[in-house]
Ligand binder design. Structure first.
Ligand SMILES: [Zn+2]
Ligand SMILES: [Zn+2]
Length: 175
């Protein structure tokens, strides 16, 4: 089981450096695979065949391990990098979401302001219409007063003329 896991996360040895078992095509796996720091640094095929201590790549893998190479730490590093990427993606998403929310809020505010302006405008229009109705009434009333004044004036003129005619008749009779 561990050998199979090793075959998944391990390193494939370059063809010319394969261990004797793998070179002869007797290994459990198709390639000579090592997992530095695991299986006593033998290849997985030799470990699987329980001849790990005789694996000819061991000294080279031990050198790798001494130099600090570890596939496990590499995988951990990859996971950490992935986590960092996920975190920054998450932060980016949040930033976008926040700015969208802010935009929506400022749009709501602008719509409310516009609605307020519309309401004020409608109020002004209603007020203007009321003023027009009131001034029409004033005009109508004054027209009526003017008409009444003219009628009075005409009847005064008529009675004045009648008086003048009567006076002329009286003068003629006396002549
Ligand atoms: Zn091998
Ligand atoms: Zn081997």
């Amino acid at each position: 089981m561990m050998a199979i896991l090793g075959a998944i996360i391990g390193l494939v040895v370059e063809r010319e450096s394969w261990c004797t078992l793998c070179m002869e095509g007797l290994g459990r796996f198709q390639h000579c695979i090592v997992v530095p720091g695991q299986f006593r640094n033998s290849c997985v095929s030799c470990h699987y065949a329980s001849v790990g201590k005789d694996c000819s790549v061991r000294p080279d893998v031990e050198k790798l391990v001494k130099n600090g190479y570890s596939p496990v730490s590499n995988i951990v590093r990859q996971i950490c990098l992935q986590k960092q990427l996920d975190n920054s993606l998450e932060a980016l998403k949040k930033l976008v979401q926040d700015s969208l929310t802010q935009r929506d809020q400022s749009m709501d505010l602008q719509i409310k302001k516009l609605q307020g302006l519309m309401w004020e405008r409608n109020q002004a229009i209603e007020e203007r219409d009321r003023a027009i109705v009131a001034s029409n009434k004033i005009i109508e009333t004054s027209n009526q007063a003017i008409e009444a004044g003219i009628a009075t004036l005409l009847s005064e003129v008529r009675s004045y003329r009648a008086d003048v005619a009567a006076a002329e008749k009286t003068l003629k009779r006396e002549e």
